[in-house]
Design a protein around this ligand. Structure first.
Ligand SMILES: [Fe+2]
Length: 334
């Protein structure tokens, strides 16, 4: 039996208490260390007004180009490494943020895609190019270069039901094999991680995506059985791939106001920062990083790639795919 002394309880029970106290202190030290490390590597860029210039505007590319600068030199550069975030909280009370938006306009995640995965993505993209795959949509309005831009996957643009994009369907069997291998790699090694940060950082929007996912799974059951590579687990439904970047300032009008597009790039290059003139900033997207952005809200363009090769993947979801499963998600009416 434990004996009470002047210095407290002695015996096996007291040892257990001391050990528990010691472990709790160690845990506390450890979590403080982890928190400090996270804070050291994290850059928060606070804004004092919501970028509302095109919030309710109808699609008009020329209006964006006429209103916003296309000069990266006029923008302040944010750090190249570490996590970067542009939160929507902490705005003055007088600023209204539309209901249904996630807590951040932008988050850049560091060390997200391994070197090996980047190399395998590059190889699979080269296989797509070598297969003779052709982009079906012609020259893309957002691009300043002549490199082809592909839009693979599922969307609902101007329709009442989801369907496979023309770039996904109208290809030779050889090209489809190469496209499916690329998309399967993204599905197996990138989509799960994106889903996980999506769910953590924007749970309400993630739930909306999961409702959209259920609807797409029901409506396109046969197509997904035939092409399982098009199933990204509801983290996104389509992937745009191109080399270089979108050099002209633009809004991605077909995106939902409330749903992030996730951008990452593969290769070895200089330049190509994500430029957001309305926020006055440019943010590097380096190999291995993944960049989440509300691309229907934040007008943006890529700084020129001054050297090397940059293959850009944009994992996105068009607004109707979200809206038809979540009619009340956002209050913004375009
Ligand atoms: Fe864009």
């Amino acid at each position: 039996m434990a004996k009470k002394t002047q210095r407290g309880i002695r015996g096996p029970e007291s040892r257990a208490v001391r050990r528990a106290t010691y472990l709790a202190k160690q845990d506390e030290k450890k979590s403080k260390k982890v928190k400090a490390a996270v804070e050291r590597g994290m850059h928060t860029h606070l804004i004092n007004k919501f970028p509302a210039t095109f919030l309710r505007a109808r699609p008009n590319g020329a209006a964006v180009r006429n209103t916003m600068t296309n000069d990266p030199d006029q923008l302040a550069a944010l750090p190249t490494t570490g996590k970067v975030q542009v939160p929507l909280r902490d705005l003055p009370d007088s600023v209204t943020v539309p209901r249904g938006l996630p807590p951040h306009l932008i988050i850049r995640f560091d060390r997200f895609i391994t070197d090996a995965d980047q190399e395998r993505l590059r190889k699979r993209w080269d296989d797509v190019l070598a297969s003779g795959a052709k982009p079906q949509s012609g020259k893309h309005a957002n691009r300043s270069a002549d490199d082809p831009a592909f839009h693979f996957g599922i969307w609902e643009v101007t329709s009442s039901a989801p369907y496979l994009t023309a770039d996904t369907r109208n290809q030779t069997p050889q090209a489809i094999t190469a496209i499916d291998a690329l998309l399967k790699y993204i599905g197996d090694f990138v989509a799960g991680k994106i889903g996980s940060v999506f769910e953590t950082h924007a749970p309400e929007q993630w739930e909306a995506m999961q409702r959209a996912y259920l609807r797409v799974q029901n409506l396109l059951a046969a197509e997904l059985l035939a092409r399982p590579s098009l199933d990204f687990g509801g983290a996104f439904f389509a992937v745009a791939v191109k080399e270089g970047g979108s050099g002209l300032v633009h809004i991605d009008w077909h995106d939902s106001h409330a749903i992030w597009a996730f951008v990452f790039a593969v290769g070895d290059w200089e330049g190509g920062e994500f430029c957001a003139p309305e926020l006055g900033i440019k943010i590097p997207i380096r190999p291995g990083q993944v960049f989440a952005v509300l691309a229907r809200v934040v007008a943006h363009f890529s700084a020129p790639v001054t050297q090397g090769r940059r293959i850009v993947f944009t994992c996105f979801t068009d607004s109707l795919t979200v809206l038809h499963a979540n009619p009340d998600l956002v209050t913004v009416v375009a």
